[in-house]
Design a protein around this ligand. Structure first.
Ligand code: C2O
Length: 577
């Protein structure tokens, strides 16, 4: 009563509080629950003149697009009718307190065995834009992937003029083979896996490949209207440039966080990353190619040098005269495959739309080297098993630890149940040996140690991680993805990170927020976040070839205080190994 009386004295404050409460309640009431069924199954898929039995979701490639609003809950029952183990990861979804639904196999769950099922349940909290989902088991995500579109809460709008259309543009890689066999062969030989045979846009390679013209992806637009392209790099191993002939792209978001809009003619996405761009039909009505091809920063490494296309098609384009063919669409100019300058200019344009609360002080200061390695041929191995450079086997590591997944229980389950012997908590949070990371590294540092080592992080701590590329074997732009969190990228640069010199350049005012950072080749990136989500969160290079070699670790964030700072109990149907 007393409080109400006081409110009576300040009608404006009262009204404001009331309006805020009402709108929160309204949007909570509007939050929806979306139920889906994902059937994992072998499906005949024809690409590049051949038909393969590909693992798909519900027979679709790409799989179903999920469309939700911020605040909604997703319940997805995954039924495994394929002959492989599978899990699904909701890439970029924070999974606050619901780490059991994150998906990476042997990290947060045992895989779903053939014939079994598991239901993922999670709520989108405070994220808007484009995310995606993919298998997180072996190389199944080559064909098991799809878009996850998160619109603003009901009644709220975009921070940019509402586009007339929205189109997901999912870039991916296609092997004219079974990707699981490609991986197996590489594991046997110790060499790099075969490169892909095509890139695809929404599942289709496009006009520049054999037997692919008829099914080319068509993206509609009309004169004067704007289309929001939600571009996703679902490729397994290749960072990609993307561009549209004669059209400017206005970048408005990435990884389900908004950005200060900026205009560019080309974007680059590492695998795992998403970028939302607006495109306006301001060119003569016709047909224009949109195209993607490799950004390749590793040296002396073979890569898929093909180009995938889709067609931006003006609805008002004049029909070709009778008996003539439609004119060939215009092709965009894409950067050279090794054009790191374009990548740098692009990533340095990223800003949050407004001032953000990036942690200014930090409690945990971590420094992770990321890079490849070569193991000498073990004595009991044959020559055929050591077909890496000079009779070695490829490997990769973070801080000289080559990550090995457990195989009898997941890390999160083992942590929750107190099962010993599954992992150790001695992941070095600083490089065990300091060296000139981007220089000519002594061969004695090329062989990491293997282990299931995790780093413990105290709940609520403000964390900084310096990600430092090494030039071991080759420097390379690594897309580093952290599960369970979005982070601010406060700086990036080339050479060795120098805390004295480089800390002064940190952007703590409006740094971009992401879930995957493309760490510059021969360089470094610094990320910051608050560890406010308990769970076992894998951090890994999103080039699948590097995950298999061990370029990963797990951040184990303990519960905080009370229920709201603790992970929920494990679901009853959580798979057992
Ligand atoms: Cu998109 Cu651990 O993955």
């Amino acid at each position: 009563m007393e409080a109400l009386k006081n409110f009576g004295k300040c009608p404006i404050i009262f009204l404001a509080v009331f309006a805020l409460l009402a709108s929160t309640l309204l949007s909570l009431a509007n939050a929806k629950v979306h139920e889906h069924e994902f059937v994992i199954q072998a499906t005949p898929v024809k690409r590049l003149c051949n038909t393969h039995s590909a693992i798909t979701v519900n027979g679709q490639l790409p799989g179903p697009t999920l469309e939700v609003n911020n605040g909604d809950t997703l319940i997805v029952k995954v039924i495994n009718k394929a002959r492989y183990n599978v899990t699904i990861h909701w890439h970029g979804v924070r999974q606050i307190r619901t780490g059991w639904s994150d998906g990476p196999e042997f990290v947060t769950q045992c895989p779903i065995r053939p014939g079994d099922s598991y239901t993922y349940r999670f709520t989108i909290q405070g994220q808007e834009g484009t995310l995606w989902w993919h298998a997180h088991s072996s190389w199944l995500r080559a064909t098991v992937y799809g878009a996850l579109i998160i619109r603003p809460r009901e009644g709220q709008g975009y921070p940019f003029p509402k586009p007339k259309r929205e189109t997901p543009i999912i870039l991916a890689e296609w092997w004219d083979a079974n990707p699981i066999d490609v991986l197996r062969q590489a594991q046997q030989t110790g060499a790099a896996p075969n490169i892909s045979d095509a890139y695809t846009i929404n599942g289709q390679p496009g006009d520049l490949y054999k037997c692919s013209t008829k099914e080319t992806t068509i993206v509609p637009i009309d004169s004067g209207e704007t289309n929001l392209l939600r571009v996703i790099n679902a490729g397994l191993n290749q960072p990609l440039f993307f561009s549209v002939a004669n059209h400017k792209l206005i970048v408005v978001g990435a990884d389900a966080s908004y950005l200060k809009p900026f205009t560019t003619s080309v974007i680059m996405l590492g695998p795992g990353q998403t970028t939302d761009v607006l495109i306006t039909g301001d060119q003569p009505p016709s047909r224009y190619y949109m195209a993607a091809r490799a950004y390749q920063s590793a040296q002396n490494a073979p890569f898929d040098n093909t180009t995938t296309t889709a067609i931006l098609d003006y609805k008002s384009a004049p029909c070709p005269a009778k008996g003539t063919l439609a004119p060939k669409p215009l092709m965009p100019l894409l950067p050279a495959y090794n054009d790191t300058n374009t990548v740098t200019a692009f990533s340095r344009s990223f800003r949050s739309p407004r001032r953000v609360d990036a942690p200014a002080e930090i409690d945990e200061n971590l420094f992770f080297t990321i890079g490849l390695g070569l193991n000498n041929c073990p004595p009991n191995f044959s020559k055929n098993q050591c077909q890496g450079p000079n009779g070695t086997r490829f490997t990769a590591s973070m801080n000289n630890v080559s990550f090995v997944l457990p195989n009898s229980i997941s890390i999160l389950q083992a942590h929750h149940l107190g099962v010993p012997g599954v992992f150790t908590t001695d992941f070095p949070v600083q490089p065990p040996v300091k060296f000139d990371y981007t220089g000519n590294v002594s061969r004695s540092l090329w062989q990491p140690v293997a282990g299931t080592k995790v780093a413990k992080i105290r709940y609520g701590s403000r964390v900084q991680i310096v990600l430092q590329d090494t030039s071991i074997v080759t420097p390379e732009n690594h897309p580093i993805h952290l599960h369970g969190y979005d982070f601010y990228i406060v700086a990036e640069g080339f050479g060795n990170f120098d805390p004295k010199k480089d800390s002064s350049k940190f952007n703590l005012v409006d740094p971009p927020m992401r879930n995957t950072v493309a760490v510059p080749v021969n360089g470094w990136a610094v990320i910051r976040f608050v560890a406010d989500n308990p769970g076992a969160w894998i951090m890994h290079c999103h080039l699948d070839v590097h995950i298999g070699w061990g370029l990963a670790t797990v951040l184990l964030v303990d519960n905080g205080e009370g229920l709201l700072e603790s992970i929920e109990p494990p679901p009853e149907d959580l798979p057992l190994c």
